[in-house]
Design a protein around this ligand. Structure first.
Ligand SMILES: [Zn+2]
Length: 118
């Protein structure tokens, strides 16, 4: 039986640290920018599919999300909500869809999610 090639970490971390790493990995995959409006986020994550709608705790159901979007989106269907926003972006919506399907930034075709900040 072939071994999975996906193992990236072989080091064990204390739970609290693992949790922080988990969060940080997601944030860094999103460039610390809101998945929806691309504003800078602190460390807030959003459950794309709300937990009570059977959304999972899996990292691929979590995206970096600014507090504004987080509050505004609430438990609405993410795509319906996103499409109704002035900052709706087709590319970003596609990226979120890919993310939900389990693809992370390493499989993304790079594109500028960040407004230039220099
Ligand atoms: Zn936002």
């Amino acid at each position: 039986m072939a071994l999975a090639h996906e193992i990236r970490e072989t080091v064990l971390y204390p739970k609290r640290l693992a949790k922080r790493r988990f969060r940080e990995e997601i944030l860094s995959d999103w460039g610390h920018l809101c998945a929806y409006c691309s504003a800078e986020v602190g460390n807030t994550l959003d459950h794309v599919i709300p937990k009570f709608k059977n959304g999972s705790y899996d990292r691929h159901n979590l995206v970096a999300c600014c507090p504004g979007c987080n509050r505004s989106k609430g438990s609405d269907d993410w795509l319906a909500w996103f499409k109704a926003q002035v900052f709706f972006c087709e590319k970003r919506a596609r990226r979120i869809e890919q993310w939900l399907r389990g693809l992370d930034s390493r499989s993304w075709i790079p594109f500028e999610i960040a407004p230039s900040r220099d």
